[in-house]
Design a binder for this molecule. Structure first.
Ligand SMILES: Cc1cc2nc3c(=O)[nH]c(=O)nc-3n(C[C@H](O)[C@H](O)[C@H](O)COP(=O)(O)OP(=O)(O)OC[C@H]3O[C@@H](n4cnc5c(N)ncnc54)[C@H](O)[C@@H]3O)c2cc1C
Length: 306
């Protein structure tokens, strides 16, 4: 039940610059938010613009975009990629394939295509985060504050009648794995806070938040002295409030510095699955930056022009 897309601006929705209240994130967390909005996260000539405007519009005449189309597998001919197979059964031939189906789906797609690259599916990460929920004691609905210290980010935000205080580890060391079951469906184990150091740091953050907000009326908060139990229960029973999956096709292990899948000359990965360690900030901008860096490297290596 990992949250996907169309959330606060998450998944591909954030890249299109759309924030929608109707996506699974809002439904899962029962957020009483109304309407849709534009959520522009990159700049062009000093002004805010959407990723689609900045990157796609310049290419419209050169690319064909197919909506509602799923890639089932990457097709090989000897040791070379020769295209992709779509859910319609159509084979799209290509001299080069760049996989960018996200941190959960890119490793899965490579697995389903029969690639057995060392490290594939490993080093899956997210920012471990939990929400301590309180009754709103008079904060206006647009309130959102964030502060960071010692690798912990704490966001306090008003969600309807509630105030959510969300501590998150921004430099976790625990890693999980992605695999495919017999039906080819994804099985992702994040193993959040599996390492003792992560667990101690998040527990200290939860304990501090609970103490700092003790004056508030708690809706879902740990009882004093039971913070560890509460935290482990929340980590086991809910997905993180943040949805920042990275890893699975890590650079240096599965891919080289060009994002090229090791041992396969013309197959590349260019998305958040390539990060060898989760960025210590929210990952959308670092993912855009990664794409910029890879395209510079492709140009320098003579793989693309312009
Ligand atoms: C609910 C939510 C909220 C988030 N909020 C924030 C935030 O506030 N700030 C932030 O920095 N980050 C946020 N993130 C994380 C951010 O959205 C991701 O890190 C970023 O989008 C990763 O980019 P990507 O290109 O790797 O993958 P994506 O943006 O997920 O792009 C992958 C694309 O591939 C498509 N796809 C998948 N499988 C296939 C297939 N087989 N065939 C064809 N297409 C396929 C998907 O539909 C998707 O369009 C959020 C994520 C979620 C889910």
């Amino acid at each position: 039940s990992y949250t996907a897309g169309s959330g606060l601006g998450g998944g591909s929705a954030i890249n299109a610059g759309l924030a929608s209240s109707t996506g699974p994130f809002f439904l899962q967390h029962r957020l009483p938010v109304e309407g849709e909005g534009i959520n522009q996260r990159v700049r062009r000539n000093g002004s805010r613009a959407s990723v689609a405007e900045v990157y796609l519009n310049a290419l419209r005449s050169k690319v064909e975009i197919r909506s509602s189309t799923k890639v089932e597998r990457v097709v090989m001919n000897d040791a070379r990629t020769c295209g992709v197979e779509l859910n319609s059964g159509e084979i799209v031939e290509a001299d080069r394939v760049v996989v960018c189906t996200g941190a959960l789906m890119s490793p899965l797609l490579l697995m389903k295509s029969g690639f057995a690259v060392e490290g594939l599916g490993r080093r899956l990460q997210d920012h471990p985060s939990v929400a301590l929920r309180y009754s709103n004691d008079g904060l206006p609905s647009s309130t959102l504050t964030a502060h960071r210290a010692g690798g912990v980010q704490v966001i306090e935000t008003v969600v309807g009648d509630e105030v959510w205080v969300v501590p998150a580890l921004m430099r976790p060391t625990s890693t999980g794995v992605i695999g495919a079951n017999d039906d080819g469906e994804i099985e992702a184990q994040f193993r959040l806070c599996q390492n003792a150091g992560d667990q101690e740091l998040l527990l200290a953050a939860v304990t501090k938040v609970a103490a700092d907000h003790a004056r508030r009326e708690g809706i879902d908060v740990p009882r004093p002295g039971r913070e560890g139990e509460w935290l482990m229960d929340r980590l086991a029973s809910t997905t993180p409030v943040y949805s920042h999956a990275t890893g699975g096709c890590c650079m240096g292990e599965v891919t080289d510095r060009l994002g090229r899948v090791k041992g396969i000359e013309n197959l590349f990965v260019a998305d958040s699955s390539v990060f060898p360690a989760i960025p210590s900030v929210n990952p959308m901008i670092p993912t855009v930056q990664l794409a910029e860096t890879l395209s510079d490297r492709w140009r320098d290596a003579g793989l693309v022009s312009g």
